[in-house]
Design a protein around this ligand. Structure first.
Ligand SMILES: Cc1cc2nc3c(=O)[nH]c(=O)nc-3n(C[C@H](O)[C@H](O)[C@H](O)COP(=O)(O)OP(=O)(O)OC[C@H]3O[C@@H](n4cnc5c(N)ncnc54)[C@H](O)[C@@H]3O)c2cc1C
Length: 401
């Protein structure tokens, strides 16, 4: 392990978990990641290994069979995994968000029903807000649930579900008007439905279709899909928390921890890019010396290392803030924004260091170059992060009078 991105003050348990995950990443993920990614193949063996390590239940409380670890432990594990292959961290991320939402907002029955099987990875979570016509503007959601007796009938189309095909439980945000008169603010008339389904594609249950994988430039291996609800019937007791009208807040709570997670992914990918760059720079010779001895390349390495270090520190700070029970939307927004921008820059510098070989599919940096941009978009774009950060700063620094 190198000197960068160390975390002070970890417990023995945290250090042990991280060492195990790092070993798994080095042995089981890095050697196969690029090949699987080029084939866009789902990493089934890796996922089985993650189950054995207990990673699907890392933050699920012990009473439900999980390891009951903190957001910091989780984020540091994600950082390690993304260092190996970002797509694998995507497989865990939506699962983690849904488990977190159940833990925070679910009814007792919902927690008991889902969390033990989520802890083992038997039930796997996906979450769905985005639609073909919206992503940033969640308040514009058009998918709708209408109550009929003991059920809700859901209609609408969803877009960009990470793990849409492989998951068996999807938390879907829909509009529900019941109990909310016309004119109610959009975010107060939204409800999260917990939809159980079979994994796979096509019609996975009556009224629910997962059409197929969306072809992507990167972030391959993990399935990203649409979801079509056409008269889908969901029992009323599968409204998250049992009460309609709370979905927007529940989802935003989930996305907030998800942002720390995306920041951690940015840190992991940037670390890997740095490792690849610093190694290649010492092997490639031009004009009679290793390119690492040219000051221009040394400066690049200096900038890259500084960015890796800064992003890691902000990500750790955001996770610790949440773990201490404090509001962390400002820190999570800043960490996500900075880590994803720095990740893209560090990856680009590592790519440049590789010269023409960076453009060859034989070199790992080619894969990282196609993966880094996803972090600029997922869990809220840079513009949306800046809106959150700006508003919060104005709240904190409001002048009197
Ligand atoms: C690979 C992948 C996986 C994803 N997985 C999931 C998932 O699992 N679940 C899910 O629900 N969604 C998922 N998403 C969707 C993702 O959250 C959205 O793509 C993202 O929120 C941006 O929304 P959009 O694509 O509709 O862009 P838009 O909202 O249309 O934005 C387009 C551009 O306009 C800018 N913009 C928008 N509004 C403003 C404003 N007010 N001020 C300034 N600029 C603005 C944006 O920053 C962006 O640059 C995924 C997306 C991708 C690419």
């Amino acid at each position: 392990m190198g000197r960068l991105a160390q975390t002070d003050g970890l417990t023995d348990v945290q250090r042990e978990i991280l060492a195990t995950v790092r070993e798994f990443v080095d042995k089981e993920i890095i050697p196969v990641a690029t090949e699987l990614e080029h084939r866009d193949e789902y990493p089934t063996r890796i996922v089985e290994g993650l189950k054995e390590l207990g990673l699907f239940g890392l933050m699920i409380p012990e009473e439900y069979g999980g390891l009951g670890e903190s957001l910091l432990t989780y984020a540091l594990c994600v950082e390690e995994i993304a260092r190996g292959w970002m797509s694998v961290s995507g497989i865990i991320n939506t699962h983690f968000i849904v488990a977190y939402m159940l833990k925070q907002h679910g009814t007792q029955e919902q927690r008991e029903h889902f969390l033990p099987r989520m802890a083992t990875g038997e039930v796997r979570g996906a979450f769905s807000m985005s639609e073909p016509g919206l992503g940033s503007d969640v308040s514009a959601i058009t998918s709708k649930g209408v109550r009929e007796g003991d059920e809700y009938v859901l209609n609408g189309q969803k877009m960009w579900l990470t793990n849409g095909g492989s998951s068996t439980l999807v938390a879907v945000l829909c509009r529900t008007d019941e109990g909310h008169p016309e004119g109610t603010a959009p975010h107060k008339s939204m409800t999260t439905f917990l939809i159980e389904k079979e994994p796979g594609f096509g019609q996975v249950k009556p009224g629910l279709t997962i059409p197929g994988k969306i072809e992507k430039m990167g972030y391959k291996g993990v399935d990203t899909t649409e979801l079509i609800m056409d008269g889908l019937r969901v029992p009323a007791d599968r409204v998250l928390g049992g009460t309609t009208g709370r979905g927007f807040y529940q989802m935003m709570d989930g996305v907030e921890v998800g942002r720390v997670n995306v920041a951690a992914r940015g840190c992991g990918v940037a670390q890997r890019a740095f490792e690849l760059g610093v190694s290649y720079a010492q092997q490639r010779h031009t004009f009679g010396k290793a390119i690492a001895q040219h000051q221009a390349i040394q400066f690049k390495l200096a900038e890259m290392g500084t960015k890796v270090e800064a992003a890691h520190a902000m990500m750790v700070n955001a996770a610790r803030k949440k773990d201490s029970g404090q509001r962390n939307d400002l820190e999570a927004g800043m960490a996500k924004y900075l880590a994803s921008e720095y990740c893209k820059e560090v990856v680009e510098d590592a790519f440049r260091i590789h010269g023409g070989y960076g453009f060859s599919k034989e070199y790992e940096i080619e894969r990282l170059y196609r993966e880094a941009p996803m972090l600029l978009i997922g869990e809220g774009t840079a513009e949306i992060q800046k809106m959150i950060i700006g508003r919060r700063l104005l709240e904190e620094y409001r002048i009197q009078g």
